[in-house]
Design a binder for this molecule. Structure first.
Ligand code: NAD
Length: 434
């Protein structure tokens, strides 16, 4: 099939590349000409495990290309995917200006039947709005389909190639047939394509992300109780996770959820609910818990120094909002950095992939180290904010030499408490005995 993907960020690039990998001819469009030039030159613009290899292969096979020219890109496409940003507006609602702006442009460019598929996370009713925006300038036939994306950054290629399920919101038989054909190679193992109406599909995405965010905030509140009651959140997690009704995944306590999706999607669903007169109480609590949990480690750091951290110097391991990505959007590490700098502390940070993004955002307000160990030089303590694998089994003898204070604040519970204590570390983590 011939496919156009509009918006070539995390979702658009993975979507375009994976569809090319299953034999389709894909053209990815973006307004960012620097990005398009880089991609056209075979340089990948995001860090995502496994992506570069298939990206390069499909460019070579001439199944994948990049352009800024929307009009040319959509001419031959049977299916047009929208993978555009939907950032929160001032009131927390998803801002649809990119999606509706492109929809209006499409209306001016369409001349034959096409399926326009929305992959962006959008509020219920957006498919209707996209249809109306196209119909302003185009009276021919077209279908607008909702096809929310569930990939996780860090494992995006795997998630896309082997999705747990594909959700497709459409009431058009013609669009349904095309979508079934397109996704057939991705559901060969019996994972379902769930067809439903557009509104249910749009809400499914928000419900999924909000539920997962709720699990995280719930466990973070259990961790708070553990700290006050002398229980160990790791034990409680195992105790409840072995119950099939609860499940083992997404039960880790830490320093809160971040990233480009959970915070904005929870906020947007709260807002959408209030627009239809419903007060989504659980989700408001989820947000509140997360905001305070992001700073929970800072409270522990301050408590360790009787409230005075001015002049202290910290090594910070991990900047990305989660491992295996260079994405720092809403990363808890950034909240920790801001709070520590505000209190007059200084920081040297290390992250395997996200350092450039932080340099772009924060400049020289903190220092950057070329390795996790070099970050420790001259530090009063080590803070861990992202659970990269390479932080999980570090060389503790080396750490001890560089960090004589032997003080670690771990926001991701990477190490065994007893082991660290036996090595003489003061090890402060989340929801576990100190
Ligand atoms: P992103 O910011 O990484 O990428 C968006 C891209 O769209 C950018 O490259 C931008 O330059 C481009 N763009 C903006 N306006 C454009 C226009 N008029 N024409 C062409 N290109 C344009 O965003 P993302 O993380 O890929 O997210 C896209 C959507 O997918 C959002 O709604 C998000 O909520 C949703 N989503 C994201 C993830 C994720 O893990 N990142 C997962 C599932 C769903």
């Amino acid at each position: 099939m011939r496919i156009a993907v509009i918006g070539t960020g995390y979702v658009g690039l993975v979507t375009g590349t994976c569809f090319a990998e299953t034999g389709n001819k894909v053209v990815c469009v973006d307004v960012d000409s620097a990005k398009v030039n880089k991609l056209s030159a075979g340089q990948i613009t995001i860090y995502e495990p496994g992506l570069e290899k298939i990206f390069l292969r499909n460019i070579k096979e001439e199944r994948l290309r990049f352009t800024t020219d929307l009009a040319a890109a959509i001419q031959e496409a049977e299916i047009i995917f929208l993978a555009l940003p939907t950032p929160p507006g001032a009131d927390g609602a998803a801002d649809l200006k990119y999606v509706l702006g492109v929809a209006e442009e499409l209306g001016k460019l369409l001349s034959a039947y096409k399926v326009i598929v929305n992959k962006s996370t959008v509020p219920v009713g957006t498919a209707d709005k996209v249809s109306a925006a196209i119909a302003k300038n185009y009276t021919g036939e077209f279908d607008v389909v909702s096809n929310p994306e569930f990939l996780r950054e860090g494992v995006a290629v795997d998630d896309f190639m082997k999705p747990d399920r594909v959700v497709v919101g459409t009431r058009s038989e013609r669009a349904r047939k095309l979508m079934s054909e397109l996704y057939a190679p991705f559901v060969r193992q019996g994972n379902p394509i769930l067809f439903m109406d557009e509104r249910s599909s749009e809400l499914t995405k928000y419900a999924a992300n909000s539920f997962l965010a709720m699990k995280i905030s719930f466990m973070n509140e259990i961790a708070q109780l553990c700290e006050r009651m002398g229980a160990d959140v790791d034990m409680v997690r195992r105790g409840i996770g072995s119950d099939e009704r609860i499940g083992k995944r997404f039960l880790f306590s830490g320093i809160g959820y971040g990233g480009s999706c959970f915070p904005k999607d929870v906020q947007a669903l709260v807002r959408s609910a209030s627009e239809v007169g419903y007060d989504f109480k659980i989700l408001q609590a989820v947000e509140k818990v997360n905001a305070s949990q992001k700073l929970h480690l800072v409270e522990k750091i301050k408590a360790q120094y009787s409230g005075k951290i001015s002049g202290k110097h910290f090594a910070l391991w991990g900047l990305a909002f989660k491992p295996n990505t260079d994405d720092i959007r809403e990363a808890p590490a950034l909240s920790i950095i801001a709070a520590l700098l505000q209190e007059g502390a200084t920081i040297t940070a290390y992250d395997p992939e996200a350092m450039q993004a932080v340099k772009n955002a924060l400049g020289d307000s903190i220092r950057y180290a070329p390795s996790q160990y070099q970050a420790l030089a001259g530090a009063d303590a080590l803070i861990i904010a992202t659970e990269w694998s390479e932080f999980r089994t570090p060389d503790f003898e080396r750490i001890e030499k560089l960090l004589p204070a032997k003080l670690i604040f771990d926001g991701r519970n990477l190490f065994e408490v007893a082991k660290l204590q036996a090595m003489g570390y003061r090890y402060i983590s989340i929801g576990r005995p100190q």
